[in-house]
Design a protein around this ligand. Structure first.
Ligand code: ADP
Ligand code: MG
Length: 587
C-alpha cells in the first residue's frame, strides 16, 4: 500500500464510522446516546452552578430561601443521572468492543481470503498486511474515541462556547487558546506515527523473525545442532537496537512538540484567568457568572486533557487502522466465474513470469499444450522453474506475459473462488496441519468416511500401520502424535487424491520417499486418474517414463519435450540426466 494512493483522513474516518454502524447499530447508538447524555449533564452542571451561586448571593442579601430549591433539585437530578450515563457507557463500550472487533476481523479475514498468491511474494505488500492486522486490533478503540469526540467533547465544547459567548464574546478566546495547541500537537503526533509504522514494519518483522529463530519449535533443533544461538541472538539484538533507535527518535521529536504546546497552553490559561478577574473587578460579570465561567473553563480543560489521553492511544490506533481501511477498500480488477472442465485442454501461449522485485524471469516464453486427461511430467534441476510452472498452470499466479487457457478461455480474470474448483495439488512443501488425521485428508471438503478410506487405500496408507486413529491429532503439541516425513507425505498425497478434481498436480511431494517408491506413487496416480489431467514434477527421471509427455526445464525455459522414448532417442539433456541417475534404480 505504501506505493499506492494514501486515503485522506476524513475518508478513513467516514469509512470507519460506516463499518462501526454496520457492526452493530444498537451498541453504536447506545454509545452515542451515552456520550450525548454526558455532554448534556456537563453543560447542565454549568448552568445550575451559575444559578446556585447567584441565588446564594440573593439569599445572603435577604431573599427567601425558596429560590434555592430549584437549583438544588437540579443538582440532585444530575447526581442521579451521572451513574446512569456511566453505566450505559460501560455496557455499550463492552459490547461495542467485542462486536466491533469481531466485525472488523471478519472483514479483514474476508479480504485476506480474496488475496492472490502473488500478493504474498511482494515484501512491501507483506508489511502492509502486518500493519493492517495491527489496525484490526486497534479499530474499536479508535471508533470509541471518535464517537466520544463527535458526541461528547464536540457538543459539550460547542454549547459551552455559546454559553460563554453570550456572556462575554472575548471568552471564546479561552477555548481557542486552550484547545488549539493541544489539538495541533496531537495532529503532528498522528501523522508522525503513520510514517513511523510505515518505516518500522519491516524492521519489526525482522526482529520478530530472529526471535522466532531462537524460540520457535520448528527452528530450535537446527539452531541447537548448528550452535547458531549466538548468531541469531546477536542479529536479534542488533535488529532490536535499530528498531528502538527509530522508535526513540520519533518519540523524542514528539516530546519536544508536546512541551512547546504545553507551554503555549499554560500561557493561554493564565491569560484567560486574568481576563476573568478583570471582568469581575469592573463589574461586567456577576459572581455567579464568574463561578460558572471558571467552572466551565476548568471542565473544558479537564475534558480536553482526558480527551488527549485517550486520543493519544486511539490516534495511534487510528493511523494503524487507516492501513486496515485502505487494505479493505483496495479495488481489485473485475473478475468473473470460471473453472477448468473435464474436456478442457490446458494451453500456455508464450508465457513468461517474473516474481515481484526479482531480477531474472523465473519462466520465459513457455509454449505448452496439455491435452485433457493426459499426464505430463515436468523435470529439471533445482531452481529450473518447475514449481513456478505448475503454479502458473493452476492459475495460482498470472503470467507476467502471455496467456494460460483452459479450453480456449484466458483464465487470468477468473476469480479465486471459482478457478480452483476442479483442481487438486500436493505441493512440494505441503502443510502439516495440527488437526485430526482424517481432517488432514479431507480438509478440502468434509464428506463421508468411505471416501477417506478410498483415497488412503489407493496409496497404501493405513492409519493402523501408523498406530493412529482417525481422530488422532497429528501433533504432540495438542496431545496427539507426530508422524515421520514419509508418513506425512502419504497423508498429503491422500489429501490431494481425496479432493474431487479434473487436474491434479504433484510437485515433488515424494522427496522423502525413495526413488523406486516414487515411481510407484506416480504410476498409481496415473492409473487412478486415467481420465483426468495429471501433472507430476520431479528431478528423478526414473519415475517419468510412464507420463504421456515429458518437458525438461532449464533456467525457466523448456529445452526438451516429448515422450520418454523420444527424449531418450534425442540423446540430449534428458538422456544425460537419465544416465547419471540410472544407478538409483538398480536394486
Ligand atoms: P524448482 O521448483 O524447479 O526448483 P522454482 O520454480 O521453485 O524451481 O524456482 C524457479 C526460480 O524462481 C528460482 O530461481 C527461484 O529462486 C525463483 N523463485 C521461486 N520462488 C520464488 C519467490 N517466491 N520469489 C522470488 N523468486 C522465487
Ligand atoms: Mg520446486
Amino acid at each position: 500500500m505504501s506505493k499506492r494512493k494514501r486515503m485522506s483522513n476524513s475518508n478513513i474516518f467516514i469509512k470507519l464510522i460506516k463499518y462501526t454502524w454496520r457492526a452493530s447499530p444498537l451498541t453504536f447508538s447506545a454509545l452515542v446516546v451515552a456520550s450525548l447524555l454526558f455532554s448534556v449533564l456537563r453543560y447542565g452542571e454549568i448552568v445550575v452552578l451559575q444559578s446556585l451561586f447567584s441565588n446564594i448571593l440573593e439569599v445572603v442579601k435577604g431573599a427567601p430561601f425558596d429560590i434555592m430549591i430549584k437549583p438544588i433539585l437540579a443538582i440532585l437530578v444530575i447526581l442521579i443521572l451521572n451513574p446512569v450515563a456511566e453505566w450505559l457507557e460501560f455496557l455499550a463500550q463492552g459490547y461495542f468492543w467485542r462486536r466491533g472487533n469481531g466485525y472488523m476481523q471478519s472483514l479483514y479475514h474476508d479480504r485476506i481470503n480474496r488475496m492472490d498468491l502473488i500478493d504474498y511474494e511482494d515484501v512491501e505488500n507483506y508489511d502492509d498486511f502486518k500493519k493492517a492486522s495491527i489496525g484490526n486490533q486497534e479499530a474499536p478503540n479508535g471508533i470509541r474515541v471518535i464517537v466520544q469526540i463527535l458526541f461528547l467533547y464536540v457538543p459539550f465544547i460547542l454549547i459551552t462556547s455559546i454559553y460563554l459567548i453570550n456572556i462575554k464574546p472575548m471568552l471564546v478566546l479561552a477555548i481557542v487558546l486552550i484547545f488549539i495547541p493541544v489539538f495541533i500537537s496531537e495532529l503532528i503526533r498522528m501523522s508522525n506515527n503513520y510514517d513511523f509504522e510505515d518505516k518500522i514494519a519491516n524492521r519489526r518483522r525482522r526482529t520478530e523473525y530472529f526471535e522466532n529463530c531462537i524460540v520457535s519449535k520448528e527452528n530450535f533443533k537446527e539452531t541447537l545442532i548448528n550452535g547458531s544461538f549466538n548468531y541469531f541472538y546477536n542479529q536479534f539484538l542488533n535488529s532490536n537496537k535499530k528498531f528502538s533507535k527509530a522508535f526513540v527518535e520519533v518519540k523524542n521529536k514528539l516530546l519536544k512538540i508536546a512541551v512547546v504546546m504545553r507551554i503555549i497552553n499554560t500561557l493561554g490559561y493564565i491569560c484567560v484567568l486574568a481576563l476573568l478577574v478583570y471582568y469581575l473587578y469592573n463589574g461586567s460579570i456577576s459572581v455567579g457568572q464568574f463561578a460558572a465561567i471558571y467552572y466551565s473553563i476548568e471542565k473544558i480543560t479537564s475534558m480536553l486533557k482526558k480527551l488527549i489521553e485517550n486520543i493519544g492511544e486511539a490516534l495511534v490506533g487510528i493511523s494503524s487502522t487507516s492501513f486496515l481501511i485502505r487494505f479493505l477498500n483496495e479495488e481489485k480488477e473485475s473478475e468473473r466465474e470460471g473453472e477448468l472442465s473435464k474436456e478442457d485442454d490446458i494451453v500456455l501461449k508464450d508465457v513468461s513470469f517474473r516474481y515481484p522485485n526479482a531480477k531474472e524471469k523465473a519462466l520465459s516464453n513457455i509454449n505448452l499444450t496439455i491435452k485433457a486427461g493426459t499426464s505430463l511430467a515436468i523435470v529439471g534441476e533445482n531452481g529450473s522453474g518447475k514449481s513456478t510452472l505448475t503454479k502458473i498452470i493452476m492459475g495460482l499466479y498470472n503470467p507476467s506475459q502471455g496467456v494460460v487457457e483452459y479450453g480456449k478461455e484466458n483464465i487470468a480474470k477468473y476469480s479465486n473462488s471459482s478457478k480452483f474448483s476442479n483442481i487438486s495439488a500436493v505441493f512440494q512443501n505441503f502443510i502439516k496441519y495440527k488437526l485430526p488425521a482424517e481432517d488432514n485428508i479431507r480438509i478440502s471438503h468434509i464428506s463421508s468416511q468411505e471416501e477417506i478410506e478410498n483415497a488412503s487405500s489407493k496409496i497404501n496408507l493405513s492409519f493402523e500401520d501408523y498406530k493412529i486413529n482417525n481422530d488422532t491429532i497429528l501433533s504432540r503439541e495438542f496431545g496427539g502424535q507426530e508422524l515421520s516425513g514419509g508418513q506425512w507425505q502419504r497423508i498429503a498425497i491422500a489429501r490431494g487424491l481425496y479432493r474431487p478434481h479434473d487436474l491434479i498436480v504433484l510437485d515433488e511431494p515424494t522427496a522423502a520417499i525413495d526413488p523406486i517408491e516414487e515411481a510407484n506413487v506416480f504410476s498409481t496416480f496415473k492409473n487412478l486418474s486415467d481420465d483426468k489431467t495429471c501433472i507430476f514434477v520431479t528431478h528423478r527421471l526414473g519415475s517419468t517414463q510412464i507420463a504421456d509427455k515429458i518437458v525438461v526445464l532449464e533456467n525457466g525455459k523448456i529445452v526438451e519435450e516429448g515422450t520418454n522414448q523420444e527424449l531418450i532417442d534425442l540423446k540430449g539433456k534428458y538422456f544425460d540426466l537419465l544416465e547419471s541417475q540410472a544407478k538409483w534404480y538398480v536394486r
